[in-house]
Unconditional design. Structure first.
Length: 300
């Protein structure tokens, strides 16, 4: 699916600080010369290269022998290669510190690759202006940052020109509508910046609704690990499933239910891909994934 309605989008970034961080980047300084542009009179988006050539926005993401270190001499990723075709769901599993979040940090250019490359629709991401890149990516991260304002405004943050109806529809799709309806003032309930008057699961549901309203072709989901009540958990699961449909998705999954249906599961250890395949293939292999799967019902 190529996304619709991208005007004035500040992609569904989960954190306000990151928005400001991104706005602070002087565009001429981030190395990117390719920008996202809307095709006149059409609901289509293209990458516009510095030489004027245009490439359709599709959501094809590939890693080519990527090595990365946050600090010199301390490599975190080694020779990571992977290929996400538009619409595919790629799940990452592996122990804590394995490098899962680091992989997503490179896709959105929070950090730049040092060796190897990442291409997005065939373009090296380092050549894409950060602001354009992040507009094409949605993120639902472990901690959802909300700002002080109404529920509706917090959802609209995904796309600033979205109408009330569009925000409410997004909340329905995200399975957030029922809890919002039960709030004292419904969609007009003011939530505090730290989201203290909402449960963690409810904050996640808002983050999903926010991403839904932005409607980006590529989604990065970093599932929260802390436990939420079973009912909300089920809603989050349903919301995530709905959000994934028709997009390229990178999901750092802690729930087996999400992993099972992924097109490809990538098992990382110490920054290296040690296994890859779908659920059945990896189980048959009886390796690390099998161990994680049969050991307990939660991946970590
Ligand atoms: N900003 C940073 N600066 C320096 N080192 C970092 C930074 N972020 C992560 N690391 C290191 O990189 C390695 C990979 O971390 P990463 O966050 O990618 O792991 P992860 O697989 O996402 O783990 P978890 O399941 O706990 O979220 C770890 O050794 C971590 O300490
Ligand atoms: Mg992580």
């Amino acid at each position: 699916m190529i996304t619709s309605q991208f005007n004035n989008v500040l992609a569904a970034l989960a954190g306000a600080e990151r928005i400001f961080d991104m706005m602070d980047q002087p565009p001429e300084n981030d190395g990117g010369r390719t920008t996202l542009a809307r095709v006149d009179n059409a609901d289509e988006w293209v990458w516009k290269k510095s030489d004027g050539e245009t490439v359709p926005l599709r959501g094809d993401v590939r890693f080519h022998n990527v090595d990365f270190a946050y600090e010199p001499g301390k490599p975190v990723l080694h020779q990571v290669s992977l290929y996400a075709k538009p619409g595919q769901v790629i799940a990452f599993v592996g122990s804590t510190g394995a490098g899962k979040t680091t992989i997503t940090n490179l896709i959105n250019r929070f950090y730049d690759v040092q060796t190897g490359s990442i291409t997005y629709d065939g373009i090296d991401v380092r050549d894409i202006r950060k602001e354009s890149l992040r507009r094409s990516l949605g993120m639902v991260l472990q901690d959802t940052h909300l700002f002080t304002g109404t529920v509706l405004d917090n959802i609209r943050y995904g796309r600033l020109d979205a109408s009330d109806e569009e925000c409410i529809e997004a909340a329905r799709q995200a399975s957030a509508h029922s809890f919002i309806s039960r709030l004292p003032e419904g969609y007009h309930t003011v939530i505090s910046g730290d989201g203290a008057n909402l449960s963690q699961g409810q904050r996640q549901l808002l983050a999903i609704a926010r991403a839904y309203v932005a409607d980006p072709p590529v989604m990065i989901l970093d599932e929260a690990t802390s436990s939420i009540d079973t009912r909300t958990e089920r809603l989050v699961e349903r919301g995530v499933q709905a959000l994934m449909r028709g997009r390229t998705v990178f999901i750092i999954a802690h729930r087996l239910s999400t992993v099972r249906n992924a097109n490809a599961i990538i098992v990382l250890e110490h920054g290296q891909i040690i296994e890859r395949g779908n659920h059945e293939q990896l189980l048959a292999q009886k390796g690390r994934y099998y161990q994680l799967y049969t050991g307990k019902n939660q991946l970590e």
